[in-house]
Structures are given as structure tokens and as C-alpha cells.
Write a protein that binds this ligand. Structure first.
Ligand code: HEC
Ligand code: HEC
Length: 273
């Protein structure tokens, strides 16, 4: 009758046969009864299992190290500052990038890379990247339709809020300032492919952009309409516009208008990417 050996003496027998050791005197009677072929087969099976284990260990170690080189992975370098999925918040300074027109985002990335806009950490990240890659990165963030945070609380006096609203929605013909909505869309959510929306941006960021245009730290394609407008607006206009814009709720659809208006209210080089 077949009586299985207990594991330890069996493995010892396997080891002996594997190493070619004949230790008949020390082998038990049961071990002596074992045929060499099953012993060798077991030894080989053990070797195979051992090698497979090593391979599995090695490959799981490399899998843990190798980070997939996807755009989403690379975008993590951006979302550290721009918030998860590029959402940002109305508090703080860093602007939202999610869901903005792709042409606009790509133009900004080229501007940071080439020095028409200034942000050292970003310029360092972008300096070695080609236009095609920047366009891909821009497309990635443009496609993210993620919720906006609540608008900032009202600021300023009633008179300054009225001034802000008037400049945005009607402009000031006497000073040759067109309504902002004539270019940025009546819903203020931007216009495809290259005009950004004006809502959901931090107030301080809005004020800083006008400062940057006035001082030449930010430049867009010529004729640079925003740089010209920044010169025509007084500091109190800029504060009023920024306060009012930052406090506006987002409309139900936050997407940019799909088509540009039939005419632009003034010459503007960056209305197309
Ligand atoms: C160190 C923080 C930081 C990192 C990292 C960073 N950004 Fe920025 N980003 C900023 C700040 C601050 C601004 C606003 C700069 C200014 O005042 O003009 C900005 C502005 C932008 C703008 C312009 C937005 C607009 O509405 O005009 C885009 C687009 C942008 N970043 C994309 C990216 C992308 C893509 C990455 C990753 C490759 C990235 N950023 C990484 C801080 C950062
Ligand atoms: C003639 C068209 C035109 C008018 C009018 C106009 N804009 Fe713009 N605006 C643009 C374009 C084009 C850009 C993108 C510039 C670039 O590529 O850097 C822009 C960009 C901006 C930005 C940068 C947004 C960001 O995310 O960094 C702000 C802020 C802005 N405009 C505010 C205003 C305000 C406020 C008014 C009204 C006082 C106004 N604009 C009127 C065309 C216009």
C-alpha cells in the first residue's frame, strides 16, 4: 500500500538525488524504496518554481518603480500648483487651467516657455518641450470638464461694483474701451479656440494680469489688444472689474462659445491660436 513519506525526509531524498549523493546507510528504508525518476522530477519542479518566483519578484519590483509615461502622469507636475485636475480655487493666486480653450492654453504654454509670460517654475518645466507636446498638454487640460468652486464674496463699494459690471458688459465708448463680453463671449466663458473665459479666476490673478500687460511682463501676438486695453483702464477700473468678475457665479454651461463673433471690436492678434 502507498504510504506517503512525511515532507522533510522526502525533500531530503530529493536533495540527495539532485546532488547525486548516495547516502544509503543514512537513508531510511522508505527513502530507499523511492524510485529515482520521481525524485528527479520533483527536484526539477522545485528548481522551476524557484526560478519563476525570482522572475516574479524581479518584475514586480520593476513594475513598482516604472511609472507609466502617460500625459496624465506628466500633468501631475502641473496639478501640484494648479490644483487637482487643474481646477484651482478662487482663493490664492494660481489660475484654473481645466476646460479652457485648447488654443488659448497652448499659446500660454508657448508664452511661458519663450518668455512672453513670466513664471520661473513653469518656464523651467516647459523649456525643453516642443510645440506639439505643449499642444497635447493643452488638449489634455482643455478636455477636463470639472466643477468650478463657488465664486468669491462681493468686494468693494456698490459704485465700484456697478463700474466693474458696466465695463465688462458695455465697455466705455468715450475711452475707446469695448465691452469685455464682445470678445470673451456674452456668458464670459470664453470663445473657441483661443479666448479664455473670465469667470472662476482669482481676483488677485486678474489684477496681476493687467499689471503684467501694462508693464510688458505679459505679451500676446500683435496687435496685442489686451495690452492696449490695460493701458486704457485706470487702476480703479481694474480693481472694479476684477472684484466684480471674481464674485460672479458660473452659468449652467461653462463651455466656451463654439464660434467667434462676426467681427471683433478692435484688432487683436491672438483671437486665433
Ligand atoms: C510652481 C507652480 C506651478 C507649476 C508647477 C505649474 N504652474 Fe502653471 N501657473 C502657475 C502660476 C503662478 C501661474 C500664473 C502666472 C502669471 O501670473 O501669469 C500659472 C499659469 C499657467 C497658465 C496660464 C493660465 C491662464 O489662464 O492664462 C497655464 C496654461 C498653465 N499655468 C499651465 C501649466 C501646466 C500645463 C503646467 C505643467 C507643465 C504648469 N502650469 C505648472 C504656477 C505653476
Ligand atoms: C478685442 C478682444 C478683447 C477684448 C475687448 C477684451 N479681451 Fe481680454 N483677452 C482677449 C484675448 C485674445 C486674450 C488672450 C490673450 C493671450 O493669448 O494671452 C484675452 C485675455 C484676457 C485675460 C487673461 C485671462 C487668463 O486666464 O489669464 C483677462 C483677465 C482678460 N482678457 C480680461 C479682459 C477684460 C476684463 C476685458 C474688458 C475690460 C477684456 N479682457 C476685453 C481679447 C479681448
Amino acid at each position: 500500500m502507498f504510504r506517503p513519506l512525511s515532507v522533510v525526509p522526502y525533500l531530503r531524498a530529493v536533495l540527495w538525488s539532485f546532488l547525486g549523493i548516495r547516502q544509503r546507510e543514512r537513508a531510511t528504508a522508505e527513502q530507499q524504496r523511492l524510485q529515482p525518476l520521481p525524485l528527479i522530477a520533483t527536484a526539477l519542479a522545485l528548481v522551476v518554481v524557484f526560478v519563476l518566483l525570482l522572475v516574479a519578484l524581479a518584475s514586480s519590483a520593476t513594475a513598482a518603480q516604472a511609472v507609466p509615461d502617460t500625459l496624465g502622469q506628466r500633468a501631475l507636475a502641473c496639478t501640484g500648483c494648479h490644483g487637482p485636475q487643474g481646477r484651482a480655487t478662487p482663493l490664492g493666486y494660481v489660475p484654473r487651467i481645466a476646460g479652457k480653450p485648447a488654443g488659448y492654453l497652448a499659446a500660454q504654454l508657448r508664452a511661458f516657455r519663450d518668455g512672453q509670460r513670466q513664471q520661473d517654475a513653469m518656464s523651467r518645466l516647459l523649456v525643453h518641450l516642443g510645440d506639439d507636446y505643449l499642444a497635447e498638454l493643452a488638449g489634455h487640460f482643455a478636455a477636463l470638464q470639472v466643477p468650478y468652486p463657488a465664486p468669491a464674496p462681493n468686494r468693494g463699494t456698490e459704485a465700484s461694483r456697478a463700474l466693474g459690471q458696466r465695463l465688462v458688459q458695455q465697455g466705455d465708448a468715450a475711452r475707446n474701451i469695448p465691452a469685455c463680453v464682445a470678445c470673451h463671449g456674452t456668458a464670459m466663458t470664453g470663445v473657441e479656440p483661443a479666448i479664455p473665459g473670465l469667470l472662476g479666476l482669482p481676483r488677485d490673478y486678474l489684477v496681476a494680469q493687467f499689471g503684467a500687460w501694462r508693464t510688458g511682463m505679459r505679451a500676446a501676438q500683435k496687435p496685442d489688444c489686451m495690452a492696449m486695453l490695460a493701458q486704457r483702464l485706470q487702476p480703479q477700473d481694474i480693481t472694479a472689474v476684477a472684484d466684480w468678475l471674481a464674485a460672479q457665479p458660473l452659468p449652467a454651461s461653462t463651455r466656451a462659445a463654439p464660434r467667434p463673433p462676426s467681427t471683433w471690436p478692435m484688432p487683436c492678434g491672438s483671437t486665433a491660436p
